[in-house]
Design a protein around this ligand. Sequence first.
Ligand SMILES: Cc1cc2nc3c(=O)[nH]c(=O)nc-3n(C[C@H](O)[C@H](O)[C@H](O)COP(=O)(O)O)c2cc1C
Length: 228
Amino acid sequence: MNYLKISYLCREVYNKKKTIMKVFCVSLLTFIAVACCNQQTENQSNAVSSSPQKNEVVENILNRRSIRSYKSEQVAQAQLDTIINCAINAPSAVNRQPWEVRVVQHADLLKKINDRVKTKSNNTKEDYSVFYNAPTLIIVARDKQNNYSASDCGMLAQNILLSAESLGLGTCVIGSLAGVFNDSDSGDLLKAIKLPDTHEVIYGIALGYKNETPDAKPREKAKVQFIR
Ligand SMILES: Cc1cc2nc3c(=O)[nH]c(=O)nc-3n(C[C@H](O)[C@H](O)[C@H](O)COP(=O)(O)O)c2cc1C
């Protein structure tokens, strides 16, 4: 009798265990399925929501600022090569690459360019530097006949700014240089940078190691609207 009772109890326990295991497995599978579903929905909604998504590229874009104070140390050639490679890998309409780029590190020419700006703007400040004494000045010129060249050069410039930032270098776009290079009496400057007359300078980009870490300037979010 005792033996039968024990064996009956054992079977009961065994059956209960089986049921518990089944319930556990089914619950686990349901939980995994629901979790996956939620993750997918979350990813989809993030694609259109403004919840902050962070990665190195995003952080690099958000960290970049215009730098207006530089160390005198020249930019390492390997870094410069990377920056220029990034620059010319920018997209351009029909891949025309309607730009000319000059990397100026020649001290006399940098002084000549700055002196010309000073003269033309009647700036008498002894230590004035239109490119903030950056040791490298990149000059970007656009093909005058190409309607997309301004936007193509903008993309090239942004690649310079962002690749420089990612390498720990500072940059500042210097739009005020365009006027000086495009004045009728600027032939000597254009000759010095070997610019063909098919192109015109649209800006310079100061490049060097940062000597300041400015805060971000406010951005006008209201200029972006979602039409849904
Ligand atoms: C086309 C263009 C021309 C610019 N020209 C000058 C300039 O001549 N001098 C200067 O100090 N900054 C110049 N800047 C930098 C802007 O002032 C700067 O990008 C803006 O104030 C936003 O600040 P952030 O670059 O630090 O985000 C120029 C920027 C662009 C895009």
